[in-house]
Design a protein around this ligand. Sequence first.
Ligand code: GTQ
Length: 345
Amino acid sequence: MDDARKAELDGYSEKISGDNLVPLWERLKTLVTPEPVSACQPHLWKYDDIRPVLLEAGSLLTAKEAERRVLILENPGMAGESKITTSLYAGIQLIMPGEIAPAHRHSQAAFRFILEGSGAYTAVDGEKSYMSKGDLILTPSGRWHDHGNESEEPTFWLDGLDIPIVQFLDASFMEHHSEDEHPHVRKDGDSVARYGNGLMPIDFIPVSNTSPVMKYPYDRTRESLITMKEAGGPDPCHGYKLMYVNPVDGKSAMPTMGAFMQLLPSGFETASYRSTDATVYSVVEGSGKTRIGDKEINWKPNDTFVVPSWHYHQHFAGEDCILFSYSDRPVQQALGLWREDRGNR
Ligand code: GTQ
């Protein structure tokens, strides 16, 4: 393009900018890309780095003062945005013995993936789910929830929330309960007994598209994985991988976040794989490494790491490893956008 034409086109853009108009021909290439382009970067957060500073926050302010005593895991490619991936939030929460994190409810859905401690709980609409390492506990959209710690030890967990999705849709509502604790109106573990044993009350009518099971205990998840491993036949890309499901419809336990648990046998090396759902991993057992493009991340238990959308990656298990992960996969699948590439190049 010669200088005169460029000046003419620039002049045109300048002229219409005051009318809140922008020529698409200047933007098309960045708006509609041939492949996903993301600010999200591969990154590792080591539990050994987070634990001491979070404990320090434990003596700086109470759970009640903070409302939630959490350190946000912020992706270095999206500083200031409180996101771990473009669509999802992650934080590590601490509750000290005897504390209550007061009851509130919000549009954002959350889950707790327990890292350390036992005897603390999350109560959802007054039903307590007690925490042990590796448990997944749901807090569906719009339900009252408070956290408490009846044990003698600090309890740490990974919070996964769909905050950036709700923000993107401008659909956030939040309220505080009049009391710190919602009245404990239901028996502890009620939802697991009713819906989590391969049974369901006859004529049950679901009130939402989130699983009615509030807790997926680790001992059961682990038993499933170990049994599968003993039977053999790992998937080349995933090892032995399970998805947390809503027993009502067999779909993802949560509509906005897919949650998964996988076992990689000692010495296993996964085949190169990529998918459009950026994925957050929390290491439950074992140590190993993950190669993401040309970056290598060495991880061990309770570390958190992120694999961005459409990045080839491979996991290497130094010993038998169990990895929890979550992503926006159910959102992309509901919209017909999800893609994977099993490396058959
Ligand atoms: O526990 O309700 O990490 O509302 C961020 C927002 C946790 C919670 C977070 C929240 C919570």
